[in-house]
Write a protein that binds this ligand. Structure first.
Ligand code: SF4
Length: 415
């Protein structure tokens, strides 16, 4: 590391590593600021699927396909309870027209390209190809008493965070609600088949995904309507997956108007703000959306979410060595959270996956512990989170980048 990459805040102050990209060039706008892309290209959206539709729309579409409306409920059962789109398994449907009905209501959405397993099979990362060739990921994790799936909500991302491989490729397109739900259905199918962990050690027949985190590829609140349709389908007990809303975490880097909109929905999902820095000077560089909505605005919106829903908010904070892990930043974060009241927030610091020699390197353990201690001492419940799947998940979007590199090296087009 050169001197210019690591400049002290004050001549006698703690070391301050500044964020910068490594291995890619960040796209900049005409003013030299990181480019933010909110509007998604329309092209490439998949065919309409049952999970894109409301229950009434499903009935109407089944009728359009020449079948009585009650067939919609049978398809819902096959898809959301038996995790199948294969007409061969739908023997309660008349053989005549069954294939056409399944093709019209449950078109193929995700093709598995690669699967990586770690933690003795308790963590599985999927790389999916969408119908237009775009690549996305999901990660399935078994914990004691719960099974969590980290889902993608966009192909690529327009938020351009300098540490994130996904952000550098820009936004390819929004994912449809059904493409989001299908990640859960495919994970449930794998679990039902005994594919998560050693079946002799864990698992029983009716196990399924209990928790969803929208922390895969994409900024969920930039694809608001489709993400909310997916969430409604996940929680719908009669016409969907019947999951608990509390087990679903919607995270954002801070799209304030969308946070306010989410707070007004009548679905008590868990809300997480990926803050990563309590001061605008650093956050402007780490999270370019901060140039639109500042730390205080994002925290006000997060507090507003708590007030409207009564749901405690999570603050996500990746601890990065000498960049954002200073004791004074822990104190500043505690002050800003306490200034907005008590008991409304929980902080989850996560040591960044270590990349030796990079400016984006995990904080040292004593520094992590001190950061957590200061927040807890200030009355902010704070829990250091583990980085599950470390061996296979260097950074968000890394698997896609690797796949594309290999495809390019092999002369295979990736679009
Ligand atoms: S960190 Fe998240 S919001 Fe930022 S570019 Fe990556 S996927 Fe987008």
């Amino acid at each position: 590391m050169t001197e210019s990459e690591s400049t002290p805040v004050r001549s006698t102050g703690p070391r301050q590593v500044r964020p910068r990209t490594e291995g890619w060039t960040q796209k900049l706008d005409a003013d030299g600021k990181p480019l933010l892309q909110f509007a998604a290209p329309k092209k490439g959206m998949p065919p309409v699927h049952l999970a894109d539709l409301t229950p009434d729309e499903r009935v109407a579409k089944v009728k359009e396909l020449g079948m009585p409306g009650f067939r919609a409920a049978q398809l819902e059962k096959h898809y959301f309870q038996h995790y199948t789109s294969d007409p061969a398994h739908m023997t309660d449907l008349p053989a005549s027209g069954r294939d056409e009905l399944a093709a019209g209501m449950l078109p193929h959405l995700l093709t598995e390209v690669r699967r990586l397993e770690t933690d003795r099979g308790d963590t599985i990362k999927f790389l999916w190809k969408l119908h237009d060739g775009a690549l996305v990921e999901s990660v399935l994790m078994r914990y004691t008493g719960r099974i969590t799936l980290c889902v993608s909500s966009q192909a690529g991302c327009g938020m351009n965070c300098p540490f994130c491989a996904t952000g550098q490729a820009g936004l390819t397109r929004n994912m449809s609600a059904a493409e989001i739900v299908e990640q859960v259905v495919r994970a449930n199918r794998l679990i039902a088949e005994g594919g998560l962990g050693d079946p002799r050690r864990v698992g029983h027949e009716d196990e399924r995904v209990t928790n969803i985190v929208f922390m895969g590829m994409g900024e969920p609140l930039a694809n608001y309507n489709r993400v909310m349709q997916a969430v409604r389908t996940m929680v719908d007990k009669k016409h969907g997956l019947g999951m608990s809303a509390r087990g679903i975490t919607v995270s954002t880097v801070g799209l304030v108007p969308a946070i306010n909109k989410l707070a007004a929905e009548d679905i008590p999902v868990t809300f997480a703000l990926s803050l990563h820095a309590p001061d605008d000077l650093l956050r402007d560089e780490m999270i370019p959306i901060n140039s639109r909505w500042k730390v205080d605005e994002a925290l006000d919106a997060a507090r507003g979410y708590f007030e409207k829903t009564g749901r405690r908010v999570s603050i996500e904070y990746a601890l990065i060595k000498d960049m954002n892990d200073h004791a004074w930043r822990a104190d500043l974060l505690a002050d800003k959270l306490n200034a907005r009241g008590r008991g409304w927030v929980h902080v989850n610091p996560i040591p960044l996956n270590p990349t030796p020699g990079s400016v984006w390197t995990a904080s040292e353990v004593p520094v992590q512990n001190e950061f957590v201690r200061r927040l807890n001492e200030a009355g902010i419940p704070t829990t250091l989170r583990d980085t599950r799947g470390k061996e296979i998940d260097g950074a968000c979007g890394q698997l896609v980048a690797t796949e594309e590199d290999q495809a390019v090296a092999a002369g295979v087009p990736t679009d």
